[in-house]
Write a protein that binds this ligand. Structure first.
Ligand code: ATP
Ligand code: MG
Length: 354
């Protein structure tokens, strides 16, 4: 049973570009493995702006709030690039994260056997990647005081304040430790404590939270070293917890090590079970409407939804195994060097579900 006590409701926010194409395949897989789920679609992004004049209409946020989990496609439409910032499709993601209280972004990066050639790394190194980055989503330089001015000597100057308080650090640290606990029991906290005050608070608080997780092996690393190590030997990492800015950069870097952008899912979580699940890729306007987008990232996002919001690990495992088996059997969309359509890739994965 879901939030309402009766039905488990999944909000489908497919959005723009390839969002609807890949989300349709994820929904298909969810329906097959969890036939009791109820789905309701909401408008978001450019699609919502076009229909209702706002990228995140109040009814969409209300739908997401009363749902048990949100399956999100992608937003972004070049037709709206000239709009003021608050009306751009991408703002919908920020509005949803804020409106749903989602502060932790989980991005697993794993190389599927058979995709070694797609990685930016040498095959024998790439094969060892199996990590998850836990990125803080609500603080850091993105949300601190910002400004631009002309100095007294006439120079253009900008500033973005980096800040975290101990409550914000502690709650993301807990997600990091809990995630590590479900994996190989190793957590690495990434900061820049040699030069940043913010990072010193971060490191102290992570060490304090560690007392509640004595079974997890904790390490610390400076972000510059972490970036280097990620390319040199990603196999050394299990779970990485870090702030918003460092997590933004490291998670994109990790995704390239793991192969195509079309393979990688993500979850945004808060303090309850409600979460938002989406591929890490965007709306890909260059291939939208052509039926050639890779649906794996969306399908793997559905697996994360089952695991994290609905506490159903068995079907989640089955989905991940089916994607792995389909890839191993040679199923390939264009981004992976093949010729399969989005739907044919969905078929190949459905076939592996048995
Ligand atoms: P955003 O700002 O929303 O992240 P973006 O411009 O950074 O968007 P994407 O929309 O992710 O980038 O597209 C980047 C490139 O990757 C494009 O060439 C796109 O076609 C390709 N791409 C993205 N997702 C997929 C997918 N699922 N299957 C195949 N190719 C994809
Ligand atoms: Mg992008």
């Amino acid at each position: 049973p879901g939030k309402g006590g009766t039905m488990t409701l999944i909000a489908i926010l497919a959005g723009d570009g390839i969002g609807p194409e890949v989300t349709a395949q994820a929904r298909r897989v969810l329906t097959a493995l969890a036939p009791d789920l109820m789905f309701e679609e909401g408008l978001v992004g450019g699609a919502a702006y076009r229909a209702q004049g706002h990228p995140l209409p109040p009814e969409t946020l209300a739908l997401a709030r009363r749902s048990d989990a949100v399956l999100f496609g992608a937003v972004g439409d070049p037709a709206f690039d000239a709009l003021e910032r608050a009306m751009r499709p991408e703002q919908a993601i920020l509005g949803l994260r804020k409106g749903l209280g989602l502060f932790a972004n989980l991005r697993p990066a794993k190389l599927f056997a058979g995709l070694e050639d797609a990685s930016a790394l040498k095959p024998e190194i790439a094969r060892r990647i199996d990590l998850v980055i836990v990125r803080e989503l609500t603080g850091d330089v993105y949300f601190g005081d910002k400004g631009r001015r002309l100095t007294s000597t006439g120079l253009r100057e900008g500033h973005d304040l980096m800040r975290y308080d101990e409550v914000e650090v502690a709650r993301i640290a807990r997600v990091g430790f809990e995630t590590a606990r479900t994996r190989r029991g190793k957590l690495l906290s990434v900061d820049k404590a040699n030069v940043l005050e913010t990072s010193q608070v971060w490191r102290d608080v992570v060490n304090e939270v560690a007392r509640d997780f004595r079974d997890v092996e904790l390490g610390h690393m400076y972000v510059d070293n972490a970036a280097m190590q990620l390319v040199r030997d990603p196999g050394q990492f299990d779970t990485i917890v870090t702030g918003n800015l460092f997590g933004d950069i490291l998670s994109d870097q990790a995704s390239m090590c793991a192969g195509s952008i079309g393979m990688l899912p993500s979850a945004a979580l808060g303090s309850g079970t409600l979460g938002m699940y989406e591929p890490i890729h965007g709306s890909a306007p260059d291939i939208a409407g052509q039926g050639k987008a890779n649906p794996c990232a969306a399908i793997l996002s559905a697996a994360m939804l089952l695991r994290h919001s609905l506490a159903r690990p068995e079907p989640a495992d089955r989905i991940e195994a089916a994607v792995a088996a389909a890839i191993l059997a040679g199923a390939r969309t264009a981004d992976l060097g093949g010729t399969m359509s989005t739907e044919a890739m969905g078929d190949a994965i459905m076939a592996q579900l048995g």
